[in-house]
Design a protein around this ligand. Structure first.
Ligand code: CIR
Length: 254
């Protein structure tokens, strides 16, 4: 059985961090409706969903992915790169402590979960505006004894590693080659997004189905042609806060 931890959209989401996007008005009821549909899609795909209450004064708290890395052996509480986001880890740590033993990333390391992509025992860490090489080193120290290898990858032009590459199958990734060098993922099959849809690379693999943003039909057709099952979700209101599909959940085995 798999569990997805999610968190309700904060009433203050309009004050979210933005790096590559200009600020637009966010329609809160619409963002909340999209988030509920996201949770429903996870349930439809067989996951249990633990939906945490909103954090009214933490605008980006819906993006729970950035607060922790959950593996079978332990959970690592991360240290998000934006100061405003660091308090988000407190309540997530309280919840994760029920399921896993906890480790913590310590300063000067900083890392958002959006910069951590796990493919089996390989953990790729994006070096971005949010995440640094100290974090990659600490993750190596924590995870090498558990049999994981940690690979730091430079990310440029987008917020996170997973803005540029996400897993779409047992050993395959969907990538935007403008933002990440496909050769970083040695031995892994990669499918490139349609260049007219640069933000399409953030998809969410649940079981064998890839949840996919409704704004990216061309890339979705590429996945269809590759025989990869997809399910479309509309998340454009959350996307105004620079969020996408992976960032709204922490998924792990119970
Ligand atoms: C931020 O800039 O931190 C938020 N507004 C968006 C975070 C999205 N997180 C993710 O994709 N992992």
């Amino acid at each position: 059985m798999k569990l997805a931890i999610t968190r309700q959209v904060s009433r203050s989401i309009a004050d979210c961090e933005l790096t590559y996007l200009a600020r637009e008005t966010i329609d809160l009821p619409r963002a909340r409706a999209q988030h509920s549909a996201y949770e429903a899609a996870l349930r439809d795909l067989g996951l249990a969903v633990l939906s945490l209450p909103e954090e009214p004064s933490l605008p980006d708290a819906v993006f729970v992915e950035d607060t922790a890395l959950v593996l079978d052996e332990c959970a690592i509480i991360l240290r998000p790169g934006a100061n405003s986001r660091r308090p988000e880890t407190k309540s997530v740590a309280q919840v994760l402590g029920r399921f896993r033993s906890l480790r913590r990333i310590q300063p000067p390391a900083q890392v958002d979960g959006g910069d951590v992509l796990c493919l089996d025992r390989r953990v790729y860490v994006g070096l971005s505006q949010r995440s640094n090489s100290h974090a990659a080193a600490q993750l190596h120290d924590l995870l090498a004894p558990l049999g994981y290898t940690v690979h730091a990858i430079p990310v440029a032009g987008c917020l996170h590693l997973k803005s540029a590459a996400t897993q779409i199958g047992p050993d395959s990734v969907l990538i935007n080659p403008a933002w990440i060098d496909p050769d970083c993922f040695h031995g892994v099959r990669s499918i490139a997004i349609d260049p007219s849809e640069p933000r399409a690379a953030n998809s969410l693999l649940v079981g064998e189905t890839v949840l996919f943003g409704a704004d990216f039909p061309r890339t979705r057709r590429l996945l269809d042609r590759a025989g990869i099952p997809t399910k479309e979700l509309r998340v454009d209101e959350l996307a105004k806060a620079e969020g996408a599909l992976t960032c709204c959940s922490l998924i792990f085995s119970l």
